[in-house]
Design a protein around this ligand. Structure first.
Ligand code: SF4
Length: 316
């Protein structure tokens, strides 16, 4: 998803020998189809995930827009379903609501292109369902975080997240990206993903759009607290957070510190900011430091005018 057509054309040219200059989507789709279809046709086993598993009927429901799951489920003789236990729902009535929620929140459409219900193997074939716990049972006992198990992976929180929209999925370095990734990934490995809950502005937009009403931004904030309390934060981050806490809790100190900080940034040699030690600066440019802080600008241009007081608030 994060690759442009030109990137895909380059990868295909490199791996599949296609024309590197053709960025036509039909040509690219045909190229991958020609390359992968023989593999599927000759496979012994096809594997799919599972969006919902209905206990009432024993149905495994898989929603896709490409038909890829159906191809894997129906072509080889053996169909293996890997289903997280959090995907199990009680009844068909619930399925109707959830399928609609998923598709609306993911695509804005009433239903996905393929919503396949598997209730058994194809004739002469075999079907195995593997229920995967992967820490979910333990997670269910986490009072502050268990509701994230309700996630139906619609991706709406990612689409609305300003951080995800700018940085893309790979920047999270984990299986689940975006706001939901910030609260799911640390449950698998708190140490490894200790920095993730800090990759958020906590604006709450994710919580607003979540169709299953997971309080995502609240859980992100809770994870930050857990990381700090369990000392999972890197030492540098700890020191920086403490310093930021001191600075931001004192408006006087904050206003006094900004102009020298801006001036220092303007005059620092480039290698001091962009070097191997500063991972933040890899592939990114800081915006130029402003010559004047907002407060200075306000005092020069607005304070005392248009009914505004010196502190920037309207006069009573
Ligand atoms: S957390 Fe909510 S919005 Fe985000 S993917 Fe899960 S269900 Fe969708």
């Amino acid at each position: 998803m994060h690759k442009l057509r030109a990137d895909v054309a380059r990868v295909f040219a490199d791996k599949l020998g296609s024309d590197p200059d053709s960025r036509d989507v039909h040509y690219l789709a045909e190229t991958q189809r020609d390359a992968t279809r023989p593999l599927i046709l000759s496979a012994d086993t096809g594997m799919t995930g599972c969006n919902f598993a209905v206990t009432e009927t024993g149905t495994v429901v898989v929603c896709t827009n490409e038909g890829n799951a159906d191809l894997c489920a129906n072509t080889p003789n053996l169909h293996v379903v890997s289903a997280g236990i959090e995907k199990v729902i009680p009844r068909l009535d619930h399925l109707a609501v959830l399928v609609r929620l998923l598709s609306r929140s993911a695509l804005g459409s009433p239903i996905t292109q393929d919503t396949s219900h598997f209730r058994g193997p194809r004739r002469g074939g075999e079907m195995h369902v593997v229920l995967v716990d992967n820490g979910c049972s333990e997670w269910l006992g986490m009072e502050k975080f268990w509701t994230s198990l309700k996630c139906i992976r619609c991706g709406a929180c990612m689409n609305t997240c300003p951080v995800f929209r700018r940085s893309g999925g790979l920047s999270y370095g984990a299986t689940y990206a975006g706001p939901i990734g910030l609260i799911l990934d640390p449950t698998f490995n708190a140490r490894k993903y200790s920095k993730l809950p800090f990759s958020s502005t906590l604006n709450g937009s994710c919580t607003n759009v979540c169709p299953v009403k997971i309080s995502i931004h609240q859980q992100i904030a809770d994870w930050r607290r857990v990381m700090a309390e369990t000392h999972e934060l890197p030492v540098l981050k700890n020191v920086m957070m403490k310093a930021a806490g001191m600075l931001l809790s004192s408006p006087r100190l904050y206003r006094a510190a900004l102009p020298p900080a801006d001036s220092t940034l303007r005059h620092l040699p480039r290698f001091v900011v962009y070097n191997r030690l500063n991972t933040w600066g890899r592939g990114r440019e800081m915006p130029p430091a402003p010559k004047q802080t907002f407060h200075q600008w306000w005092h020069e241009n607005r304070a005392g005018k248009n009914g505004a007081g010196k502190n920037g608030m309207p006069k009573p």
